[in-house]
Design a protein. Structure first.
Length: 579
């Protein structure tokens, strides 16, 4: 029988080349690692060259008699059998590290007597062929540690952003603790469970004589701090990977991807959103996307907590933009030959029983387009949409990157059609760069496969119209509903937006350097406590942009210039028409 099973053992050399899913490695705009997805393999390690507590942590919790047995631990088997009999169910296993190595590298995970016999034979062969250091090194290099990390070095880099040679006692204990249930005990998904298991490993190390009780106690008091997808960057990574999948289909090899991601801006974005939502339950969510004027996405916050929800509210959620959609209404009007100084009537309008009002319930009469836009007057916007033509408004939105369905009636003028935040920010970016169409992107290059070339969609808006539109957008910030977003050291442009019943609030704007869009609201669409686009979203935008521009030279806004003073108009009636 032993001869038969020995004859049917797998080809050891060939089996060692085990298959794996391809790894996808994302680098930031400066070429530094951002995130890695898929199966991750670190550098091979020699256990003898690691700090003693790294292999000792694994031995203490997995196989205390590893240094003494010859592949099979009869004492451990007897102990496990007794515990299982007393408990009436399987509570412990008796497999040694050598047996686990044989199973993980050379055999399938099937549960059968035949597999156990082959596992034992391979364990004896490994113990005969290699010394203990070589076996524990193989085990550390090939064992799965959760979150796609295979091997101790990959796990150390995945969870603690350091090589295995730099692991401290507490970190080594946490990683050794993962081996029982890598997915369930992953520090990324279950930091509490990982910490509890790590303390159990420390206790086992002390009982085995690898460390003192005092060392175990000091290490057990440590706080578990991992580097797993900090600052919500998982939202950006998921969005980039969706672009890669659409471009390449099935990925069958490792990919190294150069992205547009800026970790400094991401940290600022995450901190700003977190501070704004701290202690708030209504609104309960927010999103922010920042990009350069050509559409290169630099930072992305898709929600309050990536760990709690991977749904990306910056790229996936469809929300009513309210008055932020007026960009396309006024663009269509300007392209029909109107000018910011031309007048429009802000008076009651009735379209088949639909009679939109301004936010404060008052009408201003005859006003300039500049004042109507800055004060976000609804009746004036509806008249302009009717004058320019609903088809032209829709065409302007499509040309600037809005892909969602648009209302076929005049309600579209007030943002009744739902859009994605990233599309809206991309549309505003057209005016930040002087009129070139923008397709937001996150991939610069896929090594050996793709390299971005060209500038995007080409001219989408004529320079003269860009200047006029930027006239309106800067007025909205300098003295309109977006005044809370005004920056003290440079000119900024943008527009507020609030949907009906305060369900969604937006602010989208730009400087000559950077474009950013902000949304706040609730996932279930519940109304907020009278939060408007000129309130919390504009303040988030201001705080993020002020920090992002610190020390950066001011670039002019196309068609405006950095030294232009605000237009000296005075609203006839104070208050905002924001809706």
């Amino acid at each position: 029988m032993l001869g038969y099973f020995s004859y049917t053992l797998p080809d050891v050399e060939q089996a060692a080349e085990s298959g794996r899913r391809p790894g996808i490695f994302l680098n930031d705009v400066d070429g530094n690692p951002v995130l890695a997805k898929g199966d991750l393999y670190g550098d091979p390690v020699n256990a003898a060259e690691l700090p003693d507590h790294v292999p000792h942590a694994v031995i203490a919790i997995e196989d205390r008699r590893f240094l003494d047995h010859s592949g099979i631990d009869l004492i451990g088997l007897a102990r496990a059998l007794w515990v299982n009999i007393v408990e009436g169910r399987v509570r412990q296993g008796g497999s040694t590290i050598t047996q686990q190595l044989a199973k993980n590298v050379f055999l399938t995970p099937e549960r059968s007597i035949e597999r156990k016999i082959r596992e034992a034979l391979l364990a004896f062969w490994l113990e005969w062929r290699y010394d203990k250091n070589h076996i524990i090194s193989l085990y550390l290099n090939r064992t799965y540690f959760g979150s796609g990390a295979y091997g101790i070095d990959a796990a150390a880099r995945r969870y603690f952003s350091k090589p295995a040679a730099e692991l401290g006692l507490w970190e080594a204990a946490v990683l050794a603790g993962l081996l029982k249930a890598p997915s369930r005990l992953s520090p990324a998904a279950n930091p509490s469970g990982a910490g509890d298991r790590g303390r159990l490993v420390l206790k086992a190390m002390a009982e085995s004589g690898f460390i003192s009780a005092e060392q175990a106690e000091r290490a057990a008091a440590s706080t578990l701090q991992t580097s797993t997808e900090p600052d919500g960057r998982g939202y950006f990574a998921d969005w980039v990977l969706s672009q890669v999948n659409r471009r390449m289909g099935l990925v069958d090899r490792d990919l190294h991807i150069a992205t547009t991601f800026d970790p400094g801006l991401q940290r600022l974005a995450a901190e700003t959103v977190a501070a704004a939502l701290a202690g708030s339950s209504n609104p309960s969510q927010a999103a922010l996307v920042a990009m350069s004027p050509d559409g290169a996405v630099r930072a992305m916050v898709g929600g309050r907590d990536y760990g709690a929800s991977q749904f990306n509210r910056a790229t996936q959620a469809l929300r009513q933009p309210g008055s932020a959609f007026k960009l396309f209404v006024y663009l269509a009007a300007l392209e029909r030959g109107l000018h910011p100084d031309d007048t429009v009537t802000d008076a009651r309008v009735d379209v088949g029983g639909w009679a939109p009002k301004n936010f404060d319930g008052r009408f201003r009469g005859s006003v300039t387009m500049r004042e109507a836009f800055a004060q976000s007057l609804n009746a004036a916007a509806v008249r302009l949409a009717d004058r320019a033509g609903r088809a032209r408004v829709a065409e302007a939105a499509r040309r600037l990157g809005i892909t969602s369905d648009l209302a076929p009636d005049l309600t579209v003028a007030l943002g009744s059609s739902s859009v994605r935040l990233i599309e809206l920010a991309g549309a505003y970016a057209t005016f930040a760069n002087g009129g070139a169409g923008v397709i937001p992107y996150g991939v610069q290059e896929i090594e050996g496969v793709f390299r971005r070339a060209g500038t995007g969609a080409g001219e989408a808006v004529a320079p003269g119209v860009v200047a006029s539109m930027n006239d309106l957008l800067t007025a909205a910030v300098s003295q309109g509903t977006g005044n809370a977003a005004r920056l003290s050291d440079r000119l900024s442009a943008g527009k507020t937006g609030t949907s009906q019943s305060f369900r969604d609030a937006f602010f989208v704007g730009f400087t000559g350097n950077l474009v950013a869009g902000v949304w706040v609201g609730n996932d279930d669409g519940a109304p907020m406590d009278e939060v408007t686009g000129g309130g919390l979203p504009a303040r988030i935008w201001h705080d993020f942009m002020a920090a992002a521009h610190e020390g950066a030279p001011a670039r002019p806004i196309p068609g405006i210039g950095s030294a232009r003073k605000p237009y000296p108009f005075r609203p006839k009636i104070t208050g905002s028409g924001e809706r």
